[in-house]
Design a protein around this ligand. Sequence first.
Ligand code: SF4
Length: 163
Amino acid sequence: MRYHNITKDDMVNGDGIRVVLWVAGCNHHCKECQNPITWDINGGIPFDESAKQEIFDELNKDYVSGITFSGGDPLHPQNRDWVKDLSDEIKQKFPNKTQWLYTGYLWNEVKDLPIMKNLDVVIDGKFEIEGRDTNLKWRGSPNQNVIDVQKSLEQNKLVLYCD
Ligand code: SF4
């Protein structure tokens, strides 16, 4: 897997203060995407052990609520296995930290992926510039859903996350 950035003390991509991994690769090509540089699956730099340690060092801090996987699309077909393995490792090492994930896929297209067992919240769907609303929390356009993953899986229907 390749990535562009690891940002720290983020307060806009999920609940609390978070570390955010911005992966490379996205096939959705939303109009006026804010991160088109992340579309190329071969862009960015390789995700190596030192990048992983950088994330773990953040998650070790008490005030950090968890990790957000973003990009690019962490569920791009070539990213799925890698991100799932990293998510597994984080779950094992930091079971009390939350895991959020942004994807351009719809919930029904990805809800059966193995990574879902680890995730607290998924924001799904492409960004639609026509509906852009800067007042929306954690999403760019109203077609996107902020999904409570575990409740949605338990109840076998889409359950939105309420903060
Ligand atoms: S899914 Fe996200 S990263 Fe991909 S094109 Fe759309 S807005 Fe950009």
